[in-house]
Write a new protein. Structure first.
Length: 213
Protein backbone atom coordinates (compact mmCIF):
# COMPACT_ATOMS: atom_id res chain seq x y z
CA UNK A 1 0.00 0.00 0.00
CA UNK A 2 1.19 3.52 -0.79
CA UNK A 3 0.38 6.35 1.64
CA UNK A 4 0.37 10.05 0.76
CA UNK A 5 2.17 12.28 3.29
CA UNK A 6 3.75 15.72 3.53
CA UNK A 7 6.78 17.11 5.38
CA UNK A 8 5.65 20.50 6.63
CA UNK A 9 4.45 22.03 3.33
CA UNK A 10 6.63 19.89 1.05
CA UNK A 11 5.61 16.82 -0.93
CA UNK A 12 9.29 15.95 -1.42
CA UNK A 13 9.09 13.47 1.44
CA UNK A 14 12.02 11.45 0.11
CA UNK A 15 14.26 14.41 0.87
CA UNK A 16 13.37 14.21 4.55
CA UNK A 17 13.15 10.44 5.13
CA UNK A 18 14.81 7.14 4.25
CA UNK A 19 13.04 3.77 4.31
CA UNK A 20 14.56 0.28 4.16
CA UNK A 21 13.33 -3.15 5.20
CA UNK A 22 15.18 -2.79 8.52
CA UNK A 23 14.71 0.83 9.62
CA UNK A 24 13.20 4.21 8.80
CA UNK A 25 14.95 7.55 9.22
CA UNK A 26 12.80 10.67 9.60
CA UNK A 27 14.09 14.23 9.79
CA UNK A 28 13.85 15.97 13.14
CA UNK A 29 11.39 18.80 13.84
CA UNK A 30 8.80 17.69 11.31
CA UNK A 31 5.05 17.76 11.83
CA UNK A 32 3.24 15.24 14.02
CA UNK A 33 1.31 13.96 10.99
CA UNK A 34 4.56 13.16 9.18
CA UNK A 35 5.80 10.98 12.01
CA UNK A 36 2.44 9.40 12.81
CA UNK A 37 2.09 8.15 9.21
CA UNK A 38 5.33 6.21 9.57
CA UNK A 39 4.45 5.04 13.08
CA UNK A 40 1.08 3.64 12.04
CA UNK A 41 2.53 1.58 9.18
CA UNK A 42 5.96 0.69 10.54
CA UNK A 43 6.01 1.20 14.30
CA UNK A 44 5.49 -2.44 15.26
CA UNK A 45 7.91 -3.79 12.66
CA UNK A 46 11.05 -1.65 12.33
CA UNK A 47 12.65 1.20 14.31
CA UNK A 48 11.84 4.76 13.27
CA UNK A 49 14.73 7.08 14.05
CA UNK A 50 14.32 10.87 14.24
CA UNK A 51 17.66 12.32 13.18
CA UNK A 52 19.68 14.85 11.19
CA UNK A 53 22.78 14.35 9.02
CA UNK A 54 25.56 16.91 9.30
CA UNK A 55 23.18 19.24 11.10
CA UNK A 56 20.66 19.26 8.23
CA UNK A 57 17.22 17.71 7.83
CA UNK A 58 17.64 16.55 4.21
CA UNK A 59 18.55 13.08 5.39
CA UNK A 60 16.92 11.32 2.44
CA UNK A 61 19.22 13.06 -0.03
CA UNK A 62 22.31 12.43 2.06
CA UNK A 63 21.86 8.71 2.70
CA UNK A 64 21.46 5.39 0.92
CA UNK A 65 20.67 2.25 2.85
CA UNK A 66 19.75 -1.42 2.87
CA UNK A 67 19.36 -3.96 5.63
CA UNK A 68 21.29 -2.72 8.65
CA UNK A 69 23.75 -0.69 6.55
CA UNK A 70 23.82 2.99 5.67
CA UNK A 71 25.98 5.01 3.26
CA UNK A 72 26.04 8.65 2.28
CA UNK A 73 24.83 10.41 -0.84
CA UNK A 74 22.09 10.64 -3.45
CA UNK A 75 24.68 9.34 -5.90
CA UNK A 76 23.56 5.84 -4.85
CA UNK A 77 20.37 3.84 -5.44
CA UNK A 78 20.26 0.34 -3.99
CA UNK A 79 18.24 -2.64 -2.86
CA UNK A 80 19.49 -5.61 -0.84
CA UNK A 81 21.60 -6.99 -3.68
CA UNK A 82 22.73 -4.28 -6.11
CA UNK A 83 23.69 -0.60 -6.03
CA UNK A 84 23.71 1.86 -8.91
CA UNK A 85 26.18 4.70 -8.40
CA UNK A 86 27.23 7.96 -10.06
CA UNK A 87 29.45 7.12 -13.07
CA UNK A 88 32.25 9.38 -11.78
CA UNK A 89 32.56 7.63 -8.42
CA UNK A 90 36.20 6.55 -8.02
CA UNK A 91 37.30 2.95 -7.51
CA UNK A 92 38.07 3.40 -3.80
CA UNK A 93 34.63 4.87 -3.10
CA UNK A 94 32.99 2.12 -5.16
CA UNK A 95 34.77 -0.48 -3.02
CA UNK A 96 33.69 1.26 0.19
CA UNK A 97 30.05 1.30 -0.99
CA UNK A 98 30.24 -2.39 -1.86
CA UNK A 99 31.82 -3.20 1.50
CA UNK A 100 29.41 -1.14 3.63
CA UNK A 101 26.20 -2.10 1.83
CA UNK A 102 27.33 -5.66 0.96
CA UNK A 103 26.04 -5.32 -2.60
CA UNK A 104 27.33 -5.52 -6.15
CA UNK A 105 28.03 -2.01 -7.47
CA UNK A 106 27.52 -0.68 -11.00
CA UNK A 107 28.32 2.79 -12.33
CA UNK A 108 25.23 3.96 -14.22
CA UNK A 109 23.03 6.89 -15.22
CA UNK A 110 19.24 7.06 -15.27
CA UNK A 111 17.90 8.83 -18.37
CA UNK A 112 21.37 10.40 -18.66
CA UNK A 113 21.14 11.78 -15.11
CA UNK A 114 24.16 11.02 -12.94
CA UNK A 115 22.35 11.45 -9.59
CA UNK A 116 20.91 7.96 -9.72
CA UNK A 117 19.52 8.19 -6.19
CA UNK A 118 17.33 11.13 -7.21
CA UNK A 119 15.93 9.71 -10.43
CA UNK A 120 14.90 6.21 -9.43
CA UNK A 121 13.65 4.15 -6.51
CA UNK A 122 14.36 0.42 -6.28
CA UNK A 123 13.49 -2.42 -3.92
CA UNK A 124 13.87 -6.18 -4.13
CA UNK A 125 10.46 -6.29 -5.85
CA UNK A 126 10.80 -3.70 -8.61
CA UNK A 127 11.90 -0.20 -9.56
CA UNK A 128 10.49 3.14 -10.71
CA UNK A 129 12.74 5.20 -12.98
CA UNK A 130 12.76 8.64 -14.63
CA UNK A 131 9.93 8.91 -17.20
CA UNK A 132 12.37 9.60 -20.04
CA UNK A 133 14.36 6.42 -19.46
CA UNK A 134 14.44 4.65 -22.82
CA UNK A 135 13.20 1.08 -23.22
CA UNK A 136 16.76 0.02 -24.03
CA UNK A 137 18.09 1.62 -20.83
CA UNK A 138 15.24 0.12 -18.81
CA UNK A 139 16.12 -3.32 -20.16
CA UNK A 140 19.81 -2.82 -19.37
CA UNK A 141 19.13 -1.61 -15.83
CA UNK A 142 16.57 -4.34 -15.26
CA UNK A 143 19.15 -6.92 -16.29
CA UNK A 144 21.72 -5.52 -13.87
CA UNK A 145 19.27 -5.26 -11.00
CA UNK A 146 17.36 -8.46 -11.78
CA UNK A 147 14.04 -6.75 -11.08
CA UNK A 148 11.30 -5.35 -13.36
CA UNK A 149 11.45 -1.59 -13.98
CA UNK A 150 8.75 0.91 -14.93
CA UNK A 151 9.21 4.53 -16.06
CA UNK A 152 6.95 6.90 -14.17
CA UNK A 153 6.52 10.03 -12.07
CA UNK A 154 5.51 11.16 -8.58
CA UNK A 155 3.95 14.32 -7.16
CA UNK A 156 1.79 15.11 -10.20
CA UNK A 157 4.41 14.69 -12.91
CA UNK A 158 7.72 15.18 -11.08
CA UNK A 159 10.60 13.17 -12.53
CA UNK A 160 12.64 13.40 -9.32
CA UNK A 161 11.47 9.98 -8.14
CA UNK A 162 13.72 9.78 -5.09
CA UNK A 163 12.47 13.09 -3.74
CA UNK A 164 8.79 12.15 -3.80
CA UNK A 165 8.87 8.48 -2.83
CA UNK A 166 10.28 6.20 -0.14
CA UNK A 167 9.53 2.51 -0.48
CA UNK A 168 10.53 -0.88 0.88
CA UNK A 169 9.36 -4.42 0.12
CA UNK A 170 5.93 -4.04 1.71
CA UNK A 171 4.90 -0.38 1.83
CA UNK A 172 5.48 3.01 0.24
CA UNK A 173 5.07 6.66 1.20
CA UNK A 174 4.63 9.32 -1.48
CA UNK A 175 4.28 13.07 -1.55
CA UNK A 176 0.83 14.49 -0.95
CA UNK A 177 0.60 15.74 -4.56
CA UNK A 178 0.99 12.23 -6.01
CA UNK A 179 -2.03 11.39 -8.17
CA UNK A 180 -4.21 8.29 -8.00
CA UNK A 181 -2.77 7.12 -11.32
CA UNK A 182 0.79 7.55 -10.07
CA UNK A 183 -0.05 5.64 -6.90
CA UNK A 184 -1.53 2.81 -8.96
CA UNK A 185 1.70 2.58 -10.96
CA UNK A 186 3.78 2.65 -7.75
CA UNK A 187 1.72 -0.09 -6.10
CA UNK A 188 1.89 -2.28 -9.21
CA UNK A 189 5.60 -1.64 -9.80
CA UNK A 190 6.63 -2.54 -6.26
CA UNK A 191 4.07 -5.35 -5.96
CA UNK A 192 2.20 -3.63 -3.13
CA UNK A 193 -1.26 -4.46 -4.52
CA UNK A 194 -3.25 -7.38 -3.24
CA UNK A 195 -0.44 -8.92 -1.25
CA UNK A 196 -0.88 -10.21 2.29
CA UNK A 197 0.98 -7.44 4.10
CA UNK A 198 0.64 -9.25 7.42
CA UNK A 199 2.50 -12.27 6.05
CA UNK A 200 5.19 -10.07 4.48
CA UNK A 201 5.67 -8.08 7.69
CA UNK A 202 5.78 -11.28 9.74
CA UNK A 203 8.45 -12.70 7.47
CA UNK A 204 10.44 -9.45 7.65
CA UNK A 205 10.16 -9.37 11.45
CA UNK A 206 11.48 -12.94 11.71
CA UNK A 207 14.35 -12.06 9.38
CA UNK A 208 15.21 -8.94 11.40
CA UNK A 209 15.19 -10.87 14.65
CA UNK A 210 17.62 -13.37 13.13
CA UNK A 211 19.87 -10.55 11.86
CA UNK A 212 19.96 -8.64 15.14
CA UNK A 213 20.24 -11.70 17.41
Amino acid sequence: MATRIQFENSSDIGVFSKLTNSYCLAAIQGSTNFYSAFESELGEVIPIVHTSIGGTRIIGRLTAGRGAALALGNVIACNDHVALVHPDVDRETEEIIADVLKVEVFRQTVAENVLVGSYCAITNQGGLVHPKTSIQDQDELSSLLQIPLVAGTVNRGSDVIGAGLVVNDWCAFTGLETTATEISVIEATFKLQGQDSTAVIGEMRDSLIDNWA
